[in-house]
Every structure is written in C-alpha cells, then in structure tokens.
Design a protein around this ligand. Sequence first.
Ligand code: FUL
Length: 448
Amino acid sequence: MPTQSQLAWQDMEYYFFAHFGPNTFTGLEWGKGTEKAEVFDPKDLDCDQWCRIAKAAGAKGIMITAKHHDGFCLWPSKYSTHTVRESQWKNGKGDVLKELSAACKKYGLKFGVYLSPWDRNHPAYGTPKYNDVFVNMLKEIFTNYGPVWELWWDGANGEGPNGKKQVYDFARFEKVVRKLSPNTIIFSDIGPDARWCGNEKGYAGKTNWDLLDTAGFKRGAGAPPTDTLNHGNVWGKNFIPAECDVSIRPGWFYHQKEDSLVKTPQQLFEIYSKSVGRGANLILNVPPDQRGLISKYDSAALIGFNKLRDQSFSNDLSKKGEVFYIKNGKKTVTTQLDDGNNKTFETVAASGSQSIEINFKDPQKINCIVLQENLKEGQHCAKFLIQLRDKNNQVIKEITGTTIGHKRIVTFPETEANRISLSILSQKASTRIAEIETFLIDEKLIER
Ligand code: FUL
C-alpha cells in the first residue's frame, strides 16, 4: 500500500532536476573531484529565474545536485573542504541550497536534494568514516534547508573494481532521514519510496506496476534488472512507484555546445506521455548555465511543451456527455469521474458486471483518453478494454491496455464516437477508476 506521502508525490507528476556544479564550468559530465573550487563562479546566479521558468513550464518542484560525483558541495558544508565556501563565488559567502530553497518557498515549488553517495573528492571516501560524513551532510541539509520533498541517491559508481570502494551504510542513512523528515520521498534504484525507471530516456514501461520486490537487491550494481525496474513486479511486496529521469539536453550538465540540441516541445510531450502517461513521475533535467541561469533555448522549449499540454488537455470532451457507472445492467449517472479529483472513484470489478460509459450528446472526434486509478488501496488494474461505438451502437474501435496506475494516457487515430465504454478484463482486486477524460489532441502528438 502507498503511504500518504507517496500518493501526494504521485500527484506532483512532473518536476525539474537541476544538475549544477563544477562540471557546468569544465564541460565534464563526471567531474574527477580534483577540479579547483574556483572554477565554480556563477556570477549571475538567480534561483528566482529557475523558479519562474519551472512555474511557467507547469513543473511542481526543483531537485538540485547538492553534491555530484565530484564531491563539490553547493552549500558550505562543515564536513568537506571542497565547497562553495572555498570558491570565489560571492567571496566564498554563497550558498546555492539556501538561495534555491528560499526561491522555491517564494514560488510555491517543492525543493528536492540529490546527494551523490559516490564521491571522488572526499578524503574519507572508501573508509567507514565516509558514512559519518554522509550522515552529517544529510543532517546539515535537512536541518538547514528543509522541507525537502524528495531525496535522490544515485546508484552510479564509476570507479570500478580497481578504485576506492565504499561500503555504504544505507540503512543508517535512511534512519537519519526518516527521523529528521518522515515525509521526504527517498529515491534510489530500489527506493524505499520511489524507484529508478531503468533508463535515462524518460520512458516507463507500458505495463508499469508501482510494486517492486527488493529483497536480495542493492543500490547500484546489485540493483534489479533494468527491465524489472521499468515494469515493476505485479505481485511485488513493496509499493515503490517509478520515477523517470531524463535531460532536456544530451548531457546532464549545461554545455554550450549542446544549445542546438535542446529537446523540442514535441519531444518533451512524447516523454511526458511515456512517463506520466504510463503512471510514473517525470523528473526533467533543466541544467542552469555558467551564469547560473536557465538558458533561453531551454526555457523556450519548456514554454512550448507546456503550451502543448494545455492545448491537449484543457478541453475534456467527457464533459460534453454524461458519464455512467453501470452495475448489473443498472446505469447511474456519476459525477466522480470527470471532476478532476482522483480521490473520488467508482469501483469496477473484472466480472464484466460493472463498467463505465460515456454517452455524448453529439458524436465527438477523439484520439486520446486519460484514465486514472485511485491507488489508496493499491494498484489493481492489469488489463482494461475501451470500446468506441457509433450511433447504431456498433463497436468501431477497441483499445486494450494493461496497467493504469496513477495516470494512463492512451492515444489512437482520430475516431468519431457516440459512446465510449471502459471495462476491466483482469485485475488483482476491484479497480478504483478515478477519472476518465477524453480529448482531441494535435495529430502530431499521437504516440507512434
Ligand atoms: C546518473 C549519474 O551518473 C549522472 O551523472 C546523472 O546524475 C544521472 C541523473 O544519474 O547515475
């Protein structure tokens, strides 16, 4: 079963990732940890600008790389000598976490922290003492900059068998975070609260269970196969929904030479459809540049993307008809399923004796249906059937899918229909259908 925090987290759907640090200035993706602190000098840093763009792009929060693999801390940590304090930026008085957490509060956005376990700089790395360092850093962050809505633990460790190897005390890290901030969602390959979706393209599996078996698995090299992370486990023991991480650019950090390679609004929409539209959350990386600002290329693409979402999903055609809940042949009007509230729902059993129907007053051209499942009691639908009918009640189109989860966006070639029905063919327990919305979206946005 999900926790309240996980349900609230799923409702956020989409937010920003901000990879920022020495790599922004050196052109690297994985800093070596030997970079001089002086390279970090974002003279025009303006976290309000990041927040304004996040807001305009419809994102719900910003997650910052407080410390990436190179070990540089974007806050003046007492437990490192490789931080903003050692840089020239603001004469060593700057603090990116402070500025971003304040800006997020001001703009009503959630503030998240990525803290890389792998550290190529810290002298204690590779010894048990590093676990103390990591715990102390967590304490600094959660005490001084919270609330932190989500914490990211990256599974990457590129040093390989011949490099330093850290035995991480994740159980201890988790305990510290839970105590300081019980509602923070902890992300890693295997959770405990949110899992990696198994790729960095931003695509969740078409079948995507929020459940995962974690017994016997570890973060990083010992994680479950990427295919399992992508699809989840239908009978998995733990509720650990997927989060899809992807960058708006080829790299995670800003590199000027990639200005021409920023994803287009249409590409971003496709990513959204294959992440949020498959029941996962989307963390879209928008890396600030050397000035400390989001570039005009990224912001233009993001505004375009948000416009596509607005145009696509602002006119729910279900509202042009009546939505019925059918039980044992008895039809009753329901207002629960197009009220934009996934806390209200109708229960549909797999027996076929219960279904949902939309009757349009006039035939409607549609090519997109958005379903939502109420997940409070767990994720249940394993196979659904949508039928589109004409005025003679003949089935003119059938669509089947597997999981629904938090949200499922289904697209298909434009079809004019008088009625639509939704039934469940296979499920783990009665499915709680929370929303059924119907749209006519731009033909170019149909999933291929
Ligand atoms: C990976 C890292 O190695 C990349 O640099 C980036 O931070 C990405 C989000 O996760 O594992």
